[in-house]
Design a binder for this molecule. Sequence first.
Ligand SMILES: Nc1ncnc2c1ncn2[C@@H]1O[C@H](COP(=O)(O)OP(=O)(O)OP(=O)(O)O)[C@@H](O)[C@H]1O
Length: 262
Amino acid sequence: METFLSLNKVSMTFGERTKFHALDTISLSVARGEFVSLIGHSGCGKSTLLNLIAGLYRPSAGSISCEGQQILGPGPDRGVVFQNHSLLPWMTCHDNILLGVAQVFAARLDKSAMRRKVDQALDLVHLGHAANKYPHEISGGMKQRVGIARALAIEPRVLLLDEPFGALDALTRASLQDELIKIVEQTRSTVVMVTHDVDEAIFLSDRVVMMTNGPAAKIGEVLHVDIPRPRHRLEMTTTPAYVECRRRLLEFLYLKQAVVRH
Ligand SMILES: Nc1ncnc2c1ncn2[C@@H]1O[C@H](COP(=O)(O)OP(=O)(O)OP(=O)(O)O)[C@@H](O)[C@H]1O
C-alpha cells in the first residue's frame, strides 16, 4: 500500500538541562485512508507522538512526512481533536468552527461559502440544530462532536485524535464511535488515534500500534485488525478474530508491559 504518513526513526527528548527521553526511534508508515490507533500505558508517550505528527513538537531526531512533505509545524492538512473539546466558551458552536475555517479558506472563499462549510461539518456530526448554542449549553458528547466537526471542517488530509472520547460515559462513547466510523467512511480520512481502550481500538482500527512503557518508549508490537467492515459492535465481540485481537492487546499491556506500582 502507498505510504501516506511516514515516521522515520523519530526520537523525542524533552528539556534542556534535565533531559527526559520520551520516545526512541519510532518508525511507522500509515497508508492513505488507514485508521491506526496508538495504545499503551499512561505516560508512555502516545500524546507526544500525536503532537509530533501534528507538528506541535519537533522531533529531537528523525523526521515525519505527509505525502512526501516533511512536517515542520502545525498545518491545516492535519486536524486535531483533543480529549477536552477546547472550544472557546464565548463563541457559538458555529463560530468556534468558523474560526479555523476562516484561517484556512479566507483567501479562497467568501463568507457565505465558509459558513456553508461550517454547516456541512455540523451536519456531518448531526449537530446542525446546535449551531447557535454556546459550549456551556450543550452536553459533553455534543462538545466532542463539535470538536470533531471543527477538525473536519478544515478538510484535513489526516485526522489526529487524542483520546477523543476519554471523558465520556460508555453509552455516549459507543454512539460517537459509531458516528466516527460513518464520518471516516464518508470523508475517507486517514486517522491516527490515541486510546486507552482495547475494545475501542479494535472496533475502529485497521491497525493497533502497541507502545512499550517509557522512558524511551518504542513500538512494541503492531496488530492488524483482520475483521471485515462494516463491523457490528455486538456480533463482532463473539467472533474468533475479535477474541484473538483482544487477547493479543491485553497480553501486551498486562503481561509483556505490566506496570508495577509500589
Ligand atoms: N513538555 C514536556 N516536557 C517534559 N516532559 C514531557 C512533556 N510532555 C510529556 N512529557 C513526558 O513524556 C512522557 C510521555 O508523555 P505523554 O503525555 O506523551 O504520555 P501518554 O502516553 O500520552 O500518557 P497518557 O496516556 O497518561 O495521556 C511522560 O513521562 C511525560 O511526563
